[in-house]
Design a protein around this ligand. Structure first.
Ligand SMILES: Cc1ncc(COP(=O)(O)OP(=O)(O)O)c(N)n1
Ligand SMILES: Cc1nc(C(=O)O)sc1CCOP(=O)(O)O
Ligand SMILES: [Mg+2]
Length: 375
């Protein structure tokens, strides 16, 4: 190669090393601040470090000297798609593509001067493919969960079953009845049993595309790979649990008055349960905030003070779901109403029909992205 050609190669290597480094840093921020994923953050940092080490083969001053940003015709060429990103996943998709392309350029042009350098970059590129795959799937997973939750109308709370087959059948019948979310709530079983049912249920719920939430136990929810956890007012605070659950899993919080609802809105909770609405057989209460409370929650949704999906809970069934929807709440969480196999589909479908009279205010993707950004 002539001196001029060598200088051009250096110029290309310098530009693409910067591009790949910036892309990796962009992705590292998403693993760290969006997904809260220590392992992925660490992998991306390692790729950035490996790239810097590989680039150490070139003389830094010569690389910088070859740089000619004002004379670079490429800086004038921009496309409309570069100027905006639809959401956080689009930021990540653009950064992965840019990084992969930059690594390929480093490899190809590096081959002209140093095949060993090119081989090192090739190895980094392959490692990046695996990391990027995981990152994009995790992002898709977290978005899917929030989206499913926002579209949810029917949430069923179930107890453990005597064995895996019975649990599978129970989840299947609820999924067939178009139940959107299932919570495993069983204060009567030991930790091992709860974990086993949580784990088996998580796999079945995933297949059936139903959200799978574990009551009270964040540790079991994570260990079992559930979609989330539900906690009450006297349990570990939501923001403290966020560190355990990560950004991608859901956290639900029980609320019993409007002050608790406003407080929940200031946490990283993904949804709230609001009740008890009516007396029921599953759990006894001394006080019933009832439909007056539900109306306050609905008003808070209307004014935009509350942007979290709110599920009315407590003694709700076919006989009174209309009162819930008239209070302006279009989502319910129930145990007793969906406990019986008989007429399950019909009950669920009638309840859904009544709840669907309440339009959602939280379906826009932009709002979902907004809440992720605020965290
Ligand atoms: C959806 C939903 N809402 C409320 C509750 C009640 O949670 P909590 O107050 O923690 O009471 P227990 O369920 O733990 O007895 C819930 N589980 N789910
Ligand atoms: C577990 C629970 N928590 C409630 C609350 O208001 O926080 S009401 C409730 C029981 C829900 O079951 P059912 O639909 O059978 O009444
Ligand atoms: Mg609880």
């Amino acid at each position: 190669m002539t001196n001029a050609e060598s200088r051009t190669v250096l110029r290309i290597l310098d530009a693409n090393a910067n591009r790949a480094g910036e892309g990796l840093r962009t992705l590292e921020e998403s693993a760290r601040f969006i997904l809260d994923d220590l392992c992925l953050t660490d992998c991306l940092k390692t790729h950035r470090h490996d790239l810097a080490v590989a680039m150490g083969r070139w003389n830094r001053l010569q690389l910088i000297d070859s740089r000619d940003t004002p004379g670079d015709v490429g800086t004038q060429v921009t496309t409309a798609s570069e100027q905006s990103r639809a959401d956080l996943s689009a930021v990540i998709a653009a950064a992965t593509t840019r990084t992969q392309q930059a690594l390929r350029c480093l490899e190809e042009y590096g081959k002209t001067s140093d095949p060993a350098f090119a081989a090192r970059i090739e190895s980094i590129r392959y490692q990046c493919y695996a990391t990027f795959r995981e990152l994009e799937l995790k992002m898709a997973g977290s978005n899917t969960r929030s989206r499913k939750l926002r579209d949810a109308r029917l949430y069923a709370l179930i107890a453990c079953e005597p064995n895996a087959d019975r649990l599978e059948a129970r989840i299947a019948e609820l999924a067939d009845a178009q139940v959107d979310v299932i919570q495993l709530r069983d204060p009567s079983v030991d930790d091992r049993t709860l974990f086993e049912q949580a784990r088996i249920g998580a796999a079945i719920a995933k297949q059936r595309e139903v959200l799978w939430i574990i009551n009270d136990r964040a540790d079991i929810a994570v260990a079992a790979d559930a979609d989330g956890v539900h906690v009450g007012q006297e349990e570990v605070p939501v923001d403290a649990l966020r560190g355990v659950m990560g950004r991608e899993r859901l956290i639900g919080l029980s609320t019993h008055d409007i002050e608790q609802v406003h407080a929940a809105a200031r946490t990283t909770a993904d949804y709230i349960g609001c009740g008890p609405t009516f007396p029921g057989k599953t759990k006894s209460f001394d006080h019933f905030p009832g439909c007056v409370f539900l109306k306050q929650v609905s008003d808070a949704e209307q004014t935009g003070e509350l942007a979290l999906p709110a599920f009315a809970i407590g003694g709700i069934g076919l006989d009174n779901v209309e009162q819930v929807s008239q209070a302006g709440i279009g989502r319910v969480a129930v145990t007793g109403a969906l406990a019986s196999h008989e007429g399950l589909r019909q009950t669920a479908s009638t309840m859904r029909e009544i709840l669907e009279r309440v339009p959602f205010r939280l379906t826009a993707d932009s709002e979902a992205v907004g809440s992720v950004l605020e965290r």
